[in-house]
Design a protein around this ligand. Sequence first.
Ligand SMILES: [Zn+2]
Length: 196
Amino acid sequence: MSIENRGTVKVENGRYRVKGNFHYIYPNDPIRNSKGELLGVTNPRDVTHIHTYGGEAPFFENLSKGKLLATKCTNSKCDAHNSIFIPYRIHCPDCLQRCKQVDITALAQRGASVHTFMITERTGAFNTLETPIRFVNVEFEGIATILMGYLSVGEPKIGMKVVPIFQTKNPTFTIMDLSWVPKGTSESDLPEGFSF
Ligand SMILES: [Zn+2]
């Protein structure tokens, strides 16, 4: 079974145009017990998933350019007026009005802090982060929400000052392009492809 002609997506006139194959099936294997009795089969499959970012696309595009975007409710009649949200929310959860995009890169560089953290050796399928993964919940001054991320250098501590780093060289255009390091980390200690 070959995986030639793997599927790609292009956009023409505002519509997705898919080309190639998005599903591949491979020969299976029987599952047998110690007596040789058949219990089942494995079903190897290879699926190319199309993940549409919709209104959140600017967030991922800007990570690749070293910028951290949040959004803000600008409705003066809303209880959440001027609240800044990251993760990037397209709509305000209080008034449902479209939020305005705000660049919080400088604010995050001045010093975000670790609200709490979690270290895990066990990961989900297709994990590509180095284990143990040091997940950090990052708190920003003047921002209404907390952002989940991963620490790339050092050991996390509650209250520790951290700064964002961005995978601007060969970006993946996913949340993996954003990571965190303790404030004061030198550029030479950053993972390959990342910069401040
Ligand atoms: Zn609102």
